[in-house]
Design a protein around this ligand. Structure first.
Ligand code: SF4
Ligand code: SF4
Ligand code: SF4
Length: 329
């Protein structure tokens, strides 16, 4: 039974905790780990020929409408699907870097290079952490970051939280929702895999378990630039290969450490800064934000319990008054 003594004790204890609470060190939450069987993509810019077959395949596989290019709007080409960026209608784009005469592939001066933009399927995703209703989730086995339109309340916290600017809101639709790559998870049940990787003629986009993709990255980086080699095409462990030559890579695998690592990894012949890849710390923002949040909640629990205890005490006093003045018991 809640006695006056218990209430006073709770109130006093809580008051102490309320004072001591903010001074206590917030418990840091651990950064999430890459699942053992994590699935992902490797994009090797040195193999990409800019054909954009992966963009068309992504549209077809995900039933996305065409997106005419704003620059071509008044021309006879206005109806072609030619998105400049990811959007509510486009989950995957190939973008180009160009300098000067753009004569040399994967060179900074007078060169050109290609890069891909789609969801990175972060190991410790900010979008999942920011979503207040778990509409963004990360599969504990495959690590695929998924979106549920049924759970979404349209707050767009995920849009603001993603450091890569990936989730897009379909403002133009009568039933807006978030749009982002879900690694073609709907195709897995049919024995298929990421459509962008399946159609890529050179293996520039490659699908597989992240552990195998990382081994392939190491193999490529250990080759002498220009050395002839077979690149797996489609998915790691498949039978298809593309005969090419090893690239001259910059000394950075994009996604290996960024915000705690991602399941989509990039190799490039030009610095990632030139490809508009954000320069991010290795610390996952989701871990930092949740650590702070838990600290604040922790500090807030004390005053809330204190308030509840005082309310209970006042209610009990009111009941005692009624009894003493002959009211209901
Ligand atoms: S299909 Fe492959 S080669 Fe063609 S643009 Fe896409 S990643 Fe590059
Ligand atoms: S890239 Fe953005 S949308 Fe994709 S998992 Fe990471 S935080 Fe989420
Ligand atoms: S994995 Fe599927 S949804 Fe994601 S970019 Fe590739 S084709 Fe598009």
């Amino acid at each position: 039974m809640l006695t006056r003594r218990v209430l006073i004790k709770a109130a006093a204890g809580t008051a102490g905790a309320a004072v001591a609470g903010p001074a206590r060190k917030a418990e840091a939450r651990e950064a999430q780990k890459m699942p053992e069987k994590a699935l992902g993509l490797l994009f090797d810019g040195t193999l990409c020929i800019g054909c954009k077959a992966c963009m068309s395949a992504c549209k077809a596989a995900n039933d996305m409408p065409p997106e005419p290019n704003r620059i071509l709007e008044d021309s006879s080409d206005a109806y072609w699907d030619a998105p400049l960026d990811i959007s509510g209608r486009t989950l995957n784009v190939i973008k180009a870097y160009r300098d000067g005469t753009a004569e040399h592939k994967d060179e900074v001066d007078n060169g050109f290079a290609f890069t891909k933009l789609s969801c990175y399927h972060c190991v410790d995703p900010s979008c999942v952490s920011a979503c207040p209703v778990s509409a963004m989730t990360k599969d504990p086995h495959s690590g695929i970051v998924s979106y549920s339109v049924d759970a979404c309340i349209g707050c767009r916290y995920c849009v603001a939280a993603c450091p890569f600017g990936v989730p897009r809101f379909t403002f133009e639709s009568s039933y807006p929702k978030i749009s982002k790559c879900q690694l073609c998870k709907h195709r897995l049940a049919e024995g298929k895999y990421a459509a962008c990787a399946e159609v890529c003629p050179t293996g520039a986009t490659l699908y597989g378990h992240v552990v195998d993709l990382k081994a392939e990255i190491e193999r490529r980086r250990s080759l002498a630039p220009g050395a002839p080699t077979d690149f797996p095409r489609g998915k790691i462990g498949g039978t298809d290969a593309y005969r090419g030559t090893a690239g001259q890579y910059v000394d950075h695998v994009y996604g290996e450490t960024e915000i705690g690592g991602t399941q989509v990894l990039h190799l490039s012949g030009v610095p990632f800064a030139l490809l508009n890849k954000p320069n991010l710390p290795s610390e996952p923002p989701a871990r930092v934000a949740e650590t702070l949040q838990h600290g604040i909640y922790h500090a807030l629990i004390a005053p809330i319990v204190f308030l509840l205890a005082l309310t209970g005490l006042a209610w009990k006093n009111m009941r005692s008054d009624k009894v003493e003045h002959g009211g209901e018991a």
